[in-house]
Design a protein. Structure first.
Length: 249
């Protein structure tokens, strides 16, 4: 299109130059570009004796198109991949610590607890057989530790590891009544899961049970008789944290 003051014989028009006017989104930058274009056209009108070279065009373009930094907003995405445990099956065991003490349930202050006792004769009937539920860990972990849940056979009660009110970093072993361990959702399941590992290459080598919810804490028994089965940290050398497993019917 022609400028209002431009004659039909102006040099810019005869050379085929035209302007397209648009509504600017950013008035200041658009105004600057418009001024540059007007100056360029005026130079074309006056420069009758000089050819319009490529360098002249580049100079004009440099003034019109200004390099600007493109803002890049970085989005930090944190993906938490929770390890899921998929139930595989259960097997019945008799479990004794390496001092041959058995698990026995007792009522203390109205709550069920496990203690460790050496049982003989008819007292052997007091021993709690353990229904060990095996799980596969998702994503798959091919390490030597196997996720298991430990229930008292015939009682629908399972060992769980939960923090104490006095110290959230110090867990305590509990017995919780569960109708069906397979129905526990993955959010609640970790407190019932213990990572079983065998401490030796022989089939008869003892096992240990580490809490999945509190890594480094193990099921243990005291060196003394009739003491609570409890959680201890791995550096504790006073308690017994190794157990022998005997498959039972």
């Amino acid at each position: 299109m022609h400028w209002h003051s431009c004659s039909s014989k102006c040099e810019a028009c005869t050379l085929g130059f035209g302007l397209q006017i648009t509504q600017p989104k950013e008035p200041l930058k658009a105004f600057k570009k418009a001024v540059v274009l007007v100056v360029a056209v005026e130079k074309l009108k006056q420069g009758t004796g000089k050819c319009f070279l490529d360098m002249d065009l580049l100079s004009l373009l440099d003034n019109i198109f200004v390099e600007e930094d493109i803002p890049i907003s970085q989005c930090t995405e944190t993906t938490t991949i929770a390890s899921l445990f998929r139930y595989q099956g259960s097997t019945m065991y008799r479990i004794k610590d390496t001092a041959s003490k058995c698990f026995v349930m007792q009522q203390l202050q109205g709550n069920a607890h496990l203690v460790a006792l050496q049982l003989q004769g008819q007292n052997i009937q007091r021993e709690e057989k353990i229904s060990m539920a095996f799980y596969a860990q998702q994503p798959f972990n091919g390490g030597p530790k196997r996720p298991v849940a430990l229930g008292l056979a015939g009682r629908n009660m399972y060992m769980s590891c939960r923090p104490t009110e006095e110290d959230p970093q110090k867990p305590k072993l509990h017995l919780e009544e569960i109708g069906n361990i397979k129905g526990i959702n993955n959010q609640d399941l970790p407190r019932f899961i213990f990572m079983k590992s065998q401490n030796g290459l022989k089939e008869s080598s003892p096992h240990s049970f580490e809490s999945a919810a509190f890594p480094g804490w193990y099921i243990s028994t005291s060196q003394k008789e009739n003491e609570l089965v409890q959680m201890i940290f791995e550096s504790n050398q006073k308690n017994i944290k190794e157990f022998n497993l005997f498959q039972s019917s």
